[in-house]
Design a protein around this ligand. Sequence first.
Ligand code: AQP
Length: 334
Amino acid sequence: MTGRILSGVQPTNNLTIGNYLGAIKNWVDLQRQSETLFCIVDLHAITVPQDPKALHQATLEVAAAYLAAGINPKESAIFVQSHVHAHAELGWLLSCMTPLGWLNRMTQFKDKAGKKRDNAPLGLLAYPTLMAADILLYQTTHVPVGDDQKQHIELTRDIALSFNHRFQKDVFTVPEPLIKGEAKRIMSLRDGSKKMSKSDPSDFSRIHLTDTADEISQKIRKAKTDPAPLPETLDGFENRPEAKNLATVYAAFMNQTLEEALPAIAGKPFSDFKPLLADLLVDKLSPISTKMLQYLDEKSELETILKRGAEHASTRANQTLKQVKDVMGFVSPF
Ligand code: AQP
């Protein structure tokens, strides 16, 4: 695949296996096929209240996780969103052109704002226009995301098409979502109908990339299941969301589809399957968490990588921002 790819994760907490399987793991393969930019979207994180120290630490941890998971700074630009000022500026320009009705329809806003919509910050509603700016600044052709972000990419496409139409010029490339792999939506370990999220109040709902072997085993042991053994066929997962979720996690870490993984686990009771899954997770995650800690201990390397990434990204982003401002009629600085 060719083209240009941009994606990012919010530094809202330590990353989960949902973020890893739904996003970062797929990025590693993509960087060999396309031009790739991966950012840590700190401006998005503050759409919900953040403790300043926790935000600072999580930003570095997400960068370390990208590197530890196999994102190569020689192949991809890795940068912090707020280090490239064009994101906030284009975000504002696009927010002046995006109808409120489009934003009110976003299911993530409805979920996060809950019943107290009037108390939700403006930024939570406007978040998708900033996300559109992130993507459009780089003339991105494909955005690899989990299932939950598909609606935001569709909005980005609408914003790009309407801008190009309004100014009668193809300023923006219209991007496509890239939803790959078996792990499009990893669910909470406590409730198979809810997405696994790094900011869920329950730590037992998720597995972090940095969880210890004991924490992983304990969380998998306590994961909600049902009394039946794992089914023999894919149809047997119907109405068994928790069983399907754990089997999907197993398949994804084995680099298999659920169908390919099923023969090895079919018919197993959870008392056998859970220890097997916990061992697999420890095996796959421990090299990642060890490398993450190395990057966090040796911060100067991490800082150099982020600085270079931001320089590379700024050059590209400023080209698009200039084009946008020119067509809109802004006077360039003298
Ligand atoms: N459970 C998931 N399954 C598959 N993919 C997932 N992603 C997130 N959760 C899952 C993918 O991870 C990328 C980065 O997500 P994000 O941090 O920008 O925002 P998010 O989707 O809101 O992730 P979280 O973990 O749920 O964060 P909080 O709790 O802060 O809202 C995206 O590509 C997303 O699809």
